[in-house]
Design a protein around this ligand. Structure first.
Ligand code: DX5
Ligand code: ZN
Length: 223
């Protein structure tokens, strides 16, 4: 898999989500941050908004569930039209069962790790997944500073994914910008969430392509 840019709409204009999506036509996916005020101290949106946006936007939706009890709720996001559903392993009661259920409903299954959660205990689960998300901030808010302390885990996750084989994507999320994306790509990430960097730019569509070029250069790939 090449480089994928998956902008977060958390810092976009929530009153005009479809218009905001149209400003980033080359984005590979729309990253939608679902927060429940339990797993993280913030509250955003749920499946009805995903369902409306999946009908209105041309890009596929990458739902990042920062919620308690994803075992109960994740299937509703597949049914709402998300093409990829990410649950946090810290919140999942039965991550293997959950990943299998998401896949059986027809979406990509992805597992996220907060900064203090190591990847090694989950090595045996990797074949059940289509993507691993390594958070590079504490989840809950956009606009936070990138945590360099997560870089060794990105590297380690890349090693384990290469050992597992298949085509499992490695996504990073939090503080990703023109300043930090190359570090993530060099460490092994191939899929990049960027919220404030994209929607804080004068031209969000151009910023998507700038980020893509920087990441591709750092991974030694053609764009
Ligand atoms: C944070 C969210 C991120 C966030 C990224 O908990 O998961 O997706 O919107 O925003 P930036 O790129 O501004 O850190
Ligand atoms: Zn996110």
């Amino acid at each position: 898999m090449g480089i994928q840019i998956t902008p977060s709409l958390l810092n976009a204009d929530f009153a005009h989500l479809a218009d905001e999506a149209a400003r980033i036509p080359t984005a590979d996916w729309l990253h939608m941050d679902v927060m429940d005020n339990h797993f993280v101290p913030n509250l955003t949106l749920g499946a009805p908004v995903i369902e409306a946006l999946s009908r209105a936007a041309s890009q596929r939706i990458d739902a990042h569930l920062m919620i308690a009890d994803p075992d109960r709720w994740a299937p509703a996001f597949v049914e709402a039209g998300a093409g990829s559903v990410t649950f946090h392993v810290e919140a999942a009661a039965a991550p293997v069962r959950l990943a299998r259920e998401v896949r059986s409903l027809g979406a990509r299954a992805s597992m996220a790790l907060k900064p203090a959660t190591p990847i090694d205990p989950y090595e045996d689960l990797l074949p059940e997944l289509d993507m691993v998300l390594v958070m590079t901030v504490e989840p809950g808010f956009g606009g936070q500073k990138f945590l360099d302390l997560c870089l060794p885990k990105i590297r380690r996750t890349r090693e384990l994914l290469d050992r597992t084989g298949g085509d499992i994507w490695l996504q990073v999320d939090g503080g990703v910008s023109t300043e930090t994306i190359e570090r993530c790509a060099e460490a092994g990430a191939d899929t990049f969430v960027a919220g404030s960097a994209v929607f804080g730019a004068d031209d969000p569509g151009a910023m998507v392509e700038t980020l893509r070029q920087l990441a591709a250069g750092a991974r030694g790939l053609d764009v």
